[in-house]
Design a protein around this ligand. Sequence first.
Ligand code: AMP
Length: 281
Amino acid sequence: MKTIRTVKQMQQTVRKLVAQGKTIGLVPTMGFLHDGHLSLVRKARQHADMVVASIFVNPTQFGPREDFSTYPHDERGDLKKLRSADCHIVFIPTTREIYPKGFQTFVNVEKLTQILEGASRPGHFRGVTTVVSKLFNIIRPDVAVFGQKDFQQAAVLRQMTIDLGYPIKFIVAPTVRETDGLAMSSRNKYFSPETRPEAVCLYGGLKKAKAMVKAGERSTAKISRAMTKEILAVCPSAQIDYIAFNDLKTLQSTTKVEPGTICSLAASVHGVRLIDNMKVL
Ligand code: AMP
């Protein structure tokens, strides 16, 4: 596995691979990797000759009161994990490589970013689309793989891919969970052994929603109320940011569960902001 740290070397490597007729799969990450990230690498391997994973904690997607400066990292551990997943190339640029002095060009998807995470985290998606479009331009992948865990991010990036005409096959891979159901996330590291068990409350809420839908309930207001109860029963101090029901593809909000409805939620559990989602019908 090759580690590349500069844009120039990444571009040269890509040119060589393209000349050899190799297809390229890209998995963008912010590092501190877990099995969710590695599942994306394995998925990319199924669709491309060469897999590039990027590790870049992107400052422009963090708000001023968010955890950019404390975001966990473990480069050595990440490299070991990527090697074990048979990744071919790791791109680890510095902030200056991605944002050269005087940087002032941003990419913004206008509508899909106004709800859910976009409403709670102003400017977040503008940072995400800007960095991913830069990665697309530098690495020129044939395939890019993203996680369902961040389903709105996937929808926004798919829209950007279409709107900017990138010739990239867009793949969204399922959420990988811990054995108790908590969605894997680099931020799970913030929990202590005492608070960690309560982090499963989001998954518990989603399971409740799915069970109610299975039993015939279609009112999102009723389901939301039951989910809130369920979440607070597991973690009484949880602060629920939102519980939302949207169409999986268009992100259109709905008051009645329909085929293709995805339930998503964000909550702060012992000071850690978590998100999760589940298709309920
Ligand atoms: P991050 O490092 O958190 O920016 O995530 C990088 C990529 O991994 C994104 O496409 C995420 O959606 C995806 N990802 C994060 N957590 C999971 C998970 N538990 N299962 C599957 N994909 C994930």
